[in-house]
Design a protein around this ligand. Structure first.
Ligand SMILES: Nc1nc2c(ncn2[C@@H]2O[C@H](COP(=O)(O)OP(=O)(O)OP(=O)(O)O)[C@@H](O)[C@H]2O)c(=O)[nH]1
Ligand SMILES: [Mg+2]
Length: 584
């Protein structure tokens, strides 16, 4: 169901999606009945928690998918807690049972432990388990014994649907009451404009019906439903009429936002709005004021960026946008680096160019105590990598919760301030020879742990504009790592590499080799340059310090100093020092 290009590229679900099937029941009390089952795919990652929280409101039950090898992940914990809050009936689906490393039984026990850990009641612990392989197209109540060739392999997903019919209660919504439909999701079509997606909790909605839209400010707006669509397979069909308990998509209600209730026109009553957790990370989006502005992007003005952000706010419920220090800046808050990264990636694909500052965690005062977001981290390393990994975790304020061996590797679970986690992935890979696997997700707010976040290394800053040459790159390569390749355009103030020491270094990276009468032929031709570490959008955001920016265009990601001229940076440094000395 992952249909948008970014989802396909990254292999993750970003936007929730609906589908529906009609299932012919083959056993039990409902035998012979055809039952409609709506299925909603949610993103798994907590950065898209806003998406998860609101679409779960449409559901009566949840299929908790866990990997037969990896078991529950930090994000499993997050989505599961959301499902439990809403008291959804659970079915645990252990997927990828085809994998030779599958440890399905152990994984079921881990899910059990996780539920107990989340403080769920007896009822939630009584879940059915389905073993499955999505890849091979089967789902079964019993785990097939793959070692015995005589045992028949399951070939269909009937057990899964039977479990849904058994466990998930039919909707108990009343079609005879006045209409109430909660809008949980939005879609857009060029022909019909906005499309409202949600669940009808009371009454019926029909084509051509006049309704009241209950807005966030308590006001009501009159609107007319053009078409009522139902989900069918991966698509939608004109249903003409949908009644309480079903999900639908409405065309024609133009002025609609997520959280609104579409209600009976004579008797409008709003349903409680969807509550979404607050953002944990913020940063500055600003216009690109560098010398390469407009060379690669089409949309560059603050007006265009502002309009785009306003548009995003309509559907991206966990996002916040506030004015920045000047008209050229916007303070954008989200649920994590991935959340902001996906927005930025979409913007650059649409042709935007902008600069983004260092992401900072959002502190909050809770009961008079300053608190910061804490993430839950799971880390798998080899036994040799464990020492350096633990050392790094400790230096970043991590607290170990659990350590166990899993299939010859160490599995570590820890809590760590989000602040300490930014930029840690790279360091972790370096510390463990590239073999650590880590996942993390927002857990809760806790009192400040006072972890300083510093890069440790200084950078190489270009002192002039032009084209990077192989000659200069080679000359600089023993000073650290380069971020540019020969032939890349550079400008004054652009960061072209990392210094192996902790100070910033002005470098001339555009020097051409001086022509001389003597040709050192052999040396000339055998030079092999160290591979450049070209920054990516997210690695750039994790990398930069407060006085730096990531420049994002449809074609490039560059990092630069906020102040491009060295003299300006020196002056700013002086001013900061003077202020500090004066104790301001
Ligand atoms: N071996 C095996 N691989 C599978 C199976 N099902 C899915 N995969 C692979 O697992 C990867 C992740 O699959 P997704 O369906 O995108 O996972 P997801 O849980 O939806 O991920 P999010 O949407 O990010 O939460 C893909 O590479 C799939 O090909 C399976 O039954 N067996
Ligand atoms: Mg998915």
């Amino acid at each position: 169901m992952d249909s948008n290009p970014l989802e396909r590229e990254r292999g993750i679900t970003i936007l929730a999606k609906n589908c529906a099937v009609t299932y012919q029941v083959t056993r039990g009390p409902h035998k012979g009945e055809a039952i409609r089952v709506n299925i909603i795919d949610t993103p798994g990652h907590a950065d898209f928690g806003g998406e998860v929280e609101r679409v779960l409101r449409m559901a009566d039950g949840a299929l908790l998918l866990v990997d037969a090898m990896d078991g529950p992940m930090p994000q499993t914990r997050f989505v599961l807690s959301k499902a439990l809050e809403l008291k959804l009936k659970l079915i645990v689906v252990v997927n990828k049972c085809d994998r030779p490393e599958s440890r399905a039984q152990a994984v079921v026990n881990e899910v059990f432990d996780l539920l107990i850990d989340l403080g769920s009641g007896e009822e939630a612990l009584d879940f059915p388990v389905i073993y499955a392989s999505g890849r091979d197209g089967w789902a079964s109540r019993l785990l097939p014994d793959f070692s015995d060739p005589a045992v028949a392999r399951p070939t269909d997903v009937a057990d899964l649907f039977e479990a849904i019919i058994d466990v998930v209660p039919p909707p108990d919504n009343d079609p005879s009451l006045p209409l109430q439909m909660l809008v949980n999701n939005l879609d857009y079509s060029d022909y019909t404009g906005r499309i409202a997606i949600g669940r009808v909790f009371c009454g019926v909605v029909t084509n051509g019906m006049t309704v009241a839209v209950c807005k966030a400010d308590g006001s009501f707006k009159r609107a007319r439903v053009q078409r009522v669509l139902r989900f069918e397979g991966l698509g939608r069909v004109d249903a003409g009429r949908v009644e309480a308990g079903d999900l639908c998509a409405l065309e024609g209600v133009a002025d609609i936002d997520i959280g609104d209730t579409i209600a009976d026109y004579e008797n409008p009553v709003a349903l409680p709005r969807v509550h979404v957790d607050e953002p944990t990370l913020h940063t500055i989006f600003r216009i690109n004021d560098g010398p390469m502005v407009g060379k690669e992007g089409r949309f560059v003005t603050s007006r265009q960026i502002s309009d785009r952000l306003q548009r995003e706010l309509q559907a991206n419920v966990a996002l916040r946008v506030a004015p920045g220090d000047s008209a050229e800046e916007f303070r954008v808050s989200g649920r994590g680096l991935l959340h902001l990264g996906v927005l930025l990636e979409n913007m650059r694909r649409e042709g935007f160019e902008l600069c983004v500052g260092r992401p900072e965690v959002i502190e909050r005062v809770i009961d008079g105590v300053k608190c910061e977001p804490i993430e839950r981290l799971s880390l798998d390393v080899s036994t040799t990598g464990m020492g350096p990994a633990l050392e790094l975790l400790g230096s970043r304020g991590g607290e170990i919760l659990k350590m166990e061996t899993r299939g010859g590797r160490m599995h570590i679970e820890a809590e760590i301030p989000a602040r300490g986690l930014i930029g840690m992935r790279n360091k972790m890979l370096n510390a463990t020879g590239g073999e650590a696997v880590m996942h993390h997700t927002f857990a809760h707010y806790a009192p400040l742990r006072g972890v300083e976040r510093k890069r440790g290394n200084g950078v190489m800053v270009s002192i002039d504009a032009g084209t990077a040459t192989a000659y200069s790159i080679e000359a600089l390569s023993d000073r650290g790592y380069l971020f540019v390749r020969p032939g890349d355009k550079v400008y004054e103030g652009m960061i072209v590499g990392e210094n192996s020491r902790d100070n910033d270094l002005g470098v001339n990276i555009t020097r051409a080799k001086q022509l001389s009468n003597f040709r050192e032929t052999s040396k000339d031709q055998t030079v092999v340059l160290k591979a450049a570490r070209i920054p990516t959008l997210e690695s750039g955001l994790e990398y930069i310090e407060v006085d730096e920016l990531v420049e994002i265009t449809p074609q490039s990601v560059r990092i630069r100093k906020r102040l491009l001229k060295e003299s300006d940076r020196k002056r700013a440094d002086r001013q900061t020092r003077d202020r500090e000395a004066a104790g301001v």
